[in-house]
Write a protein that binds this ligand. Structure first.
Ligand code: HEM
Length: 124
């Protein structure tokens, strides 16, 4: 099976739509709305992040682990599952199923590693 082609434009459509959904979510919405003031900046950062992850563009310069440790209390198993559930919905809506599956797989792995990092930090 050939890989689905992924383009910057896909990411540019996906990211704002995902965070619209996150902000409207009854559990995740208050967390993100309480933590992020400059949404245009956050969206540009997250587009760069996904571009680096999916297209190895190197556009993102940052430390996701450090950013999430700041919000350790919210980084629960339930919230990760909820985040990934919304991610699955929106990737399905915006992308073809092959590309959606590729984005979902990456997110799942990153979520796992963030969760381990946060847990490690908490248990020390
Ligand atoms: C940033 C929450 C899962 C990628 C943030 C911020 C919050 C947040 C509040 C802003 C941090 C700040 O500037 O203070 C959450 C919650 C999650 C979650 C509640 C699930 C429980 C994920 C996952 C990914 C991800 C699974 C990747 C697949 C990012 C990235 C940033 C970010 C790249 C920007 C980090 C930077 O400032 O460079 N997240 N997040 N997050 N998140 Fe998440």
């Amino acid at each position: 099976m050939t890989e689905a082609a992924i383009h910057e434009e896909d990411i540019a459509r996906l990211v704002p739509r995902f965070y619209d959904r996150v902000r409207a979510d009854e559990v995740l919405g208050p967390i993100f709305n309480g933590a992020i003031d400059d949404w245009p900046h956050h969206l540009e950062k997250l587009k760069a992040f996904w571009s680096s992850v999916m297209l190895t563009s190197g556009r993102y310069k940052g430390q996701p682990m450090v950013a999430h440790l700041r919000h350790g209390d919210h980084m629960t198993r339930e919230n990760f599952a909820r985040w990934l559930g919304l991610w699955s919905q929106v990737t399905e809506e915006v992308l073809g199923s092959q590309a959606a599956a590729a984005f979902q797989e990456k997110a799942r792995r990153i979520a796992e590693s963030l969760q381990l990092g946060v847990q490690f930090h908490r248990d020390r």
